[in-house]
Design a protein around this ligand. Structure first.
Ligand SMILES: [Zn+2]
Length: 372
């Protein structure tokens, strides 16, 4: 009898149902990518550590880290037994350990205090791992992680999920590219959120590439549907969102990525704050240089709402410090993306035009006076 060929998605489906590498049928042929996936799961099952599993490459090629959790679409476990088997499967146990590791890193960097902060990882069409409520993020263990669906209903795990879960889920609902979210109250970035100041742009290239412009979500009581709605909207256009009078929430391709964006955001805010104390104007790169960084960001797969902005708008930090404004009069009506995206961050072209008319009028009056 011909042997059955197992592809990578067959292996994923097997693991998603709670199967292990050891329980794979014996009399099968594995495709190369199926073999790689199985090897990765075998490593995970051995508790391979929080180090990045390697993405398989041809022999001799450099290895790329790959933290992305993928699942076969339409194959979420359904019955209680299937869900429980999935929830305790080796790849999910590895993710739980990784979430605990990131919680410890957040606490050690003073991004969370008390029971603050939470983490969510998407692991299916309608499945999410989440941290529990009322726990210090520095001292979590894998059994404290629970599994919820898109409505926040707890499907597995003995501890109650975080009350801020719905805000995270709103990001996944609005931003299909999000695979993980990270929320914390890091001191420097939260200070900006309390002052209601959007961190300026065009100061540090890595921040332009990996964060883009930082978003601002209006204040709403944490954990409420209104908070979820406000954050979900802003996360469509921003990887990092300052929640006014509250803290920061970030999203990424995987939980490491979401956490890195938290580090990037707080370090950026800290650096700008210190630079602001040095008694000199802050220097910025040019709009043209910013444009190059946005192109680089796009080439790394991160969309940027600023791609259609005029160059003079890209480094317009008038909201952060008065005086730096987009000086070029708009020769044509702004595109819709430009006008909608810049509505909260930069003076609108019509306001600029009005200002220019006013400045011209005042200049004329002064010249008239001088000539009189
Ligand atoms: Zn919070």
């Amino acid at each position: 009898m011909a042997k059955r060929v197992y592809t990578e998605s067959d292996v994923r489906a097997h693991l998603a149902k709670g199967g292990s590498p050891a329980s794979m049928p014996k009399d099968i042929i594995l495709t190369p990518s199926a073999r790689d996936r199985l090897r990765e799961a075998t490593g995970n099952a051995r508790g391979a550590s929080a180090a990045a599993p390697a993405r398989a490459t041809a022999p001799g090629e450099p290895i790329l880290p790959n933290y992305i959790f993928e699942w076969p679409p339409g194959a979420d476990p359904k019955t209680p037994d299937e869900i429980q088997a999935f929830f305790t499967s080796p790849p999910i146990e590895e993710l739980k350990r990784r979430m605990c590791d990131i919680g410890r890193r957040m606490w050690e960097r003073e991004y969370t205090d008390g029971n603050g902060g939470n983490l969510v990882v998407r692991v299916g069409d309608n499945l999410f791992l989440t941290t529990q409520t009322l726990i210090s993020k520095g001292f979590m263990s894998p059994e404290t992680i629970s599994l919820v669906d898109f409505e926040g209903k707890q499907l597995a795990g003995k501890y109650k999920r975080t009350s801020e879960c719905m805000t995270h889920l709103a990001i996944f609902r609005n931003q299909p590219k999000a695979r993980a979210t990270c929320h914390a109250h890091p001191v420097h970035a939260t200070a900006y959120a309390v002052a209601g100041v959007r961190p300026p742009t065009c100061m540090i290239p890595e921040a332009e590439v990996f964060l883009g412009q930082i978003g601002i979500a209006e204040y709403q009581t944490p954990g409420t549907p209104a908070n979820a709605k406000a954050v979900g909207e802003v996360a469509k256009d921003h990887h990092a969102v300052l929640m006014l009078n509250h803290g920061v929430i970030t999203w990424g391709d995987h939980i490491e990525d979401a956490y890195w964006k938290m580090e990037n955001t707080d370090s950026y805010c800290k650096t700008i704050w210190i630079a602001s104390q040095l008694g000199t104007d802050l220097k910025t790169i040019t709009g043209g240089q910013a444009r190059e960084l946005i192109e680089l960001r796009k080439s790394l797969g991160m969309k940027d709402k600023r791609e259609n902005w005029k160059e003079c708008e890209l480094c317009d930090n008038s909201e952060f410090r008065p005086g730096v404004i987009c000086r070029n009069p708009s020769p044509s009506p702004p595109s819709s993306s430009s006008s909608s995206s810049s509505s909260s961050s930069s003076p609108s072209p019509s306001r600029n035009d009005e200002s220019e008319v006013l400045v011209q009028r005042i200049t004329d009056l002064i010249i008239e006076k001088l000539q009189a």
